[in-house]
Ligand binder design. Structure first.
Ligand code: FAD
Length: 356
């Protein structure tokens, strides 16, 4: 199969890109994944309950919001394929890619597909600690996103715990202090990895207690269906001593893994594996390949910012494809053809990516 635009990923970034590309008559094909990275089609929002900060919806279930986005992209004309992209070759154009028949652990299908442009919206996965009780109380106290969930009524005027020692952990803990009674921050080592300013803000905040050399051990709570968490057993890593502390909420701030394994060695990435894009435009280091959403954003990681960058990536892809048309329609002369093959398919006068 050959497509003008292929979108990989099915979170808010992927579906927004699909809506824009479909409305521009680009006939996009969106691969929503079959439990890619262990996340259902629809992305991270399918793992949360209430979303209260997506404009237009005062309160909506994460899964429902994503179902509605999917419906909208399909109605606009997107072809949605429930498979995971297993392999991609971005070295020459048209780009080539292959699929897993079903889940990530399945063999790769031999059939080769091609695309003129690719929008990467594969997202990221918040790291979990696999503490006992985590699955039981996930969404009922345990979360991986304070900015997303910290304002929920269940956390107001409550004692909360954040685990992590970097700048994200500090920012998440400070965010929680606005509504919580108390925030305890568990730091595995004897110091924070945050900037000095952030560290000072945290350690001097009247609602915050930082416990260095401490880890979480066991999450406890109500023993009924959808029961809330109520406490956390913690351990002093130096003395081995354990204690139980009051905790209505537990927020992991131990990092995210961007879904970029497919693109290693092909696209520029930062030291944490996030795709590097040109700020505000979604252009990656390869012309014709765009990225949107959490896969290229380690700072904000919100549904609305992902949707916004999905729109940008689709508009950039549309413009870029249009810029290619004269070369295709008018036919390139032999000299240009030779130059094109030597420049990885990029004809200099049609170059729109200033990074190249
Ligand atoms: C528990 C939790 C609660 C949250 N709550 C909120 C909230 O209330 N408000 C808010 O604004 N944000 C919230 N967020 C953050 C928000 O979910 C993310 O910022 C947003 O979903 C990122 O969107 P995305 O489009 O970049 O990708 P993602 O949502 O990460 O989706 C990417 C999708 O692509 C699929 N995929 C990956 N690789 C492939 C492949 N090779 N082939 C095909 N498919 C693939 C993945 O399986 C996944 O389904 C929350 C996050 C979490 C974890």
């Amino acid at each position: 199969m050959h497509s003008k635009v292929v979108i990989i990923g099915s979170g808010p970034a992927g579906h927004t890109a699909a809506i824009y590309a479909a409305r521009a008559d680009l006939n996009p094909v969106l691969y929503e994944g079959f439990l890619a990275l262990g996340i259902a089609a629809g992305g991270q929002l399918t793992t949360t309950d209430e979303v209260e900060n997506y404009p237009g919806f005062k309160k909506i279930q994460g899964g429902k919001l994503m179902d509605q986005m999917r419906e909208q992209s399909e109605e606009c004309g997107t072809e949605i394929v429930s498979q995971t992209v297993a392999k991609i070759d971005l070295k020459t154009r048209p780009f080539k890619y292959w699929l897993h028949p079903m889940g990530d652990d399945e063999e790769i299908e031999p059939e080769e597909h091609t695309a003129d442009s690719v929008i990467i919206a594969t997202g990221a996965k918040a790291r979990r600690l696999d503490l006992p009780g985590e699955t039981q109380y996930w969404g009922n106290g345990v979360s991986a996103c304070a900015v997303c969930d910290g304002s929920l009524p269940m956390f107001r005027d409550q004692s909360l715990v954040v685990i992590g020692g970097g700048d994200s952990a500090v920012e998440e803990a400070l965010y929680l202090t606005k509504k919580a009674k108390k925030v305890t921050v568990l730091v595995r080592r004897d110091k924070l990895r945050a900037s000095r300013t952030n560290a000072r803000r945290l350690t001097t905040h009247p609602k915050v207690e930082v416990k260095f050399n401490h880890s979480g051990v066991l999450i406890k709570g109500e023993e009924k269906k959808n029961g809330l968490m109520s406490s956390l057993v913690i351990k002093n890593n130096v003395t081995g001593e354990e204690q139980e502390i009051e905790a209505r909420g537990l927020f992991y701030a131990v990092g995210h893994d961007p879904a970029t394994t497919l693109f290693k060695g092909q696209l520029d990435m930062d030291e944490d594996g996030y795709l590097i894009t040109q700020a505000g435009r979604g252009l990656t280091s390869v012309e014709g390949v765009f990225a949107a959403g959490d896969v290229q954003d380690k700072r904000y990681r919100q549904a609305i910012t992902s949707a916004g960058s999905g729109c940008v990536a689709a508009l950039e892809a549309e413009k870029w494809l249009m810029d290619q048309e004269p070369a295709v329609e008018n036919g390139l002369d032999a000299e240009n053809q030779a130059e094109k093959s030597q420049t990885n398919g990029v004809v200099p006068e049609y170059r729109s990516n200033p990074l190249l």
